[in-house]
Design a protein around this ligand. Structure first.
Ligand code: GRF
Length: 221
């Protein structure tokens, strides 16, 4: 078991409903998880994720991006809140705000994100509709270290689903979301354990437990 004192202090940044946050909170509720969630921060007042975090007994706070005098002031405040709590790792989970190179560099290799597509395909928004429009037979989700270019960075975990003939963006997105909830906790465990190395865009496990998450491929059902 990982002792409490060595668990990595982790914050989750959210903007909306927080289903990935809930999956991370559930994983970190296990005392053997090498990450503990110390704070959930929303940039949107009243984001539904805030209540869910508070219900789970985790500090939930808002740093409203409006009215702080611009992007830099917002990020300085966010950074200050994270440092005040001695946060070591930051998970973006549906955080709908582009972070500047200043913030990304300050949290370099300690900032991870989940994106609902198999990167490097379909960076940006509306990934499920775009995957359908392109006729993809496989679609999925990616957890990656954040770099200053949007939806780019060393890949920690990926999971895939088959695209079905009658899929809509909603039905496809719902299956991808289940994959997200499976791979994000795995990726957080690996990163919090420290048992990995980053080599360019590649992330390799360096042994021990947890191992590199195996690519999750959900069979056609
Ligand atoms: C997820 O699909 C995530 O991949 C994307 O935004 C969505 C957030 O959903 N970045 P939730 O708030 O975690 O439910």
């Amino acid at each position: 078991m990982t002792s409490t004192s060595t668990r990595r202090r982790t914050a989750i940044l959210v903007s909306g409903r927080g289903s990935n946050m809930t999956a991370l909170l559930a994983a970190a509720a296990d005392p053997a998880c090498p990450a503990r969630i110390d704070a959930v921060v929303a940039n949107v007042p009243g984001a539904p994720a805030l209540d869910k975090a508070a219900e789970a007994g985790v500090e939930a706070l808002t740093v409203d991006h409006r009215g702080l005098g611009g992007r830099k002031a917002f990020e300085e405040r966010l950074d200050a809140e994270l440092r005040a709590r001695e946060i070591e790792l930051v998970c973006l989970a549906g955080f709908m705000r582009i972070l500047t190179p200043w913030f990304v560099d300050r949290w370099s290799d300690r900032l991870i994100n989940i994106h609902p597509a198999l990167l490097p395909a379909f960076k940006g928004l509306d990934t499920h509709a775009r995957a359908l429009a392109e006729g993809c037979k496989i679609h999925g989700a990616t957890v990656h270290f954040v770099r200053s270019e949007m939806d780019t960075g060393p890949v920690i975990a990926q999971g895939a689903v088959a695209v079905l003939d009658d899929d809509t963006p909603e039905t496809l997105g719902a299956r991808v979301l289940e994959v997200e909830h499976a791979i994000y906790p795995q990726a957080l465990r690996l990163v919090a354990s420290g048992a990995y190395e980053i080599d360019g865009m590649r992330v390799r496990a360096t042994g021990g437990d947890p191992a590199m998450p195996a690519p999750l491929i959900v069979p056609d059902s």
